[in-house]
Design a protein around this ligand. Structure first.
Ligand code: B1M
Length: 210
């Protein structure tokens, strides 16, 4: 039988078909979808991150790994969606300007959605103006921003400033996350909350709706 370790290995190899097949077979055998994410897909991507940092892997390879991870997440998502029970609130989420990393943000979106929230996912490279326009259009309860690069962190601050300037700050709670983000940074830029990973982001959204 397929193991979590095989799934992680498939992500490391950037093998889309392998990850799809293994994920499907684990889901078929009744394994908890969240376990596949946390003990298979993320474990694999963590190793990719370490190798990328050490210079043992390069951008095209990492892209294949990201594709493999996303293909597994797509399958898991269909199972998590079935758990939806009621609308707990509306989250508008995006990766900030100039940042193309979307795996973690999509994971947060997926888990918050599976907790009963309506989620509008704006994608990557979302500039402050696009966040502002989307708040006007979708009227979310919570706005979530993700950033993975230290160089794109300042766009979180700029986006909050743009939301303030548009007179929309009182209408929404703002949460932020991503590898370089800290609680300290969230306090510094006036966000309403910070979560280090997807499960706590879900808890944070529930708390803010409370
Ligand atoms: Co990029 N990259 N990358 N990369 N990449 C990092 C982030 C890096 C740390 C790698 C390294 O050097 N060790 C480094 C950043 C260094 C820094 O700024 N300090 C880096 C770099 C430098 C770059 C480029 C500049 C490389 C280059 O071109 N020379 C370039 C920049 C492109 C751009 O954005 N403009 C680049 C490109 C890429 C790829 C396109 C190849 C690919 C992204 C593909 C994609 O996303 N579709 C990629 C990847 C995959 C990574 C690593 C390896 C993995 C990121 C990931 O998906 N992790 C990453 C190394 C690493 O993180 N270890 C790296 C798995 C994911 C589940 O975790 O995203 O942290 P994470 O999300 C978590 C939490 O952070 C949190 O919950 C998630 C789930 O638990 N979270 C939130 C995230 N968002 C949240 C929002 C919330 C709450 C929680 O509320 C709203």
């Amino acid at each position: 039988m397929a193991s979590m370790n095989d799934v992680a290995q498939g992500v490391i190899e950037g093998n889309v078909d392998k990850v799809k097949d293994l994920t499907a077979s684990l889901l078929e055998s009744g394994i908890d979808p969240l376990e596949i994410i946390n003990q298979g897909l993320i474990v694999g991507m963590n190793t990719v991150g370490e190798r990328f940092k050490a210079g043992d892997m390069f951008v095209p390879e990492v892209l294949m790994c990201a594709k493999a991870m996303s293909s597994g997440m797509e399958l898991v998502k269909s199972r998590l969606a079935g758990r939806k029970v009621q609308s707990a609130g509306k989250l508008l989420i995006g990766t900030v300007k100039s940042d193309l990393h979307d795996i973690g943000k999509n994971l947060v979106a997926m888990m918050v959605e599976s907790a009963g929230f309506e989620v509008i996912n704006l994608g990557v490279d979302v500039d402050p103006e696009k966040f502002v326009n989307a708040i006007k259009e979708y009227q979310p309860d919570i706005v979530g921003m993700s950033a993975l690069l230290t160089t794109t962190l300042p766009y979180m601050k700029e986006t909050i400033e743009a939301i303030e300037e548009a007179g929309l700050r009182d209408q929404v709670k703002i949460i932020i996350g991503g590898a370089p983000v800290t609680q300290n940074y969230a306090d510094q830029i006036g966000a309403d909350g910070y979560a280090p990973e997807a499960a706590s982001a879900t808890e944070l959204c529930k708390k803010l709706m409370g």
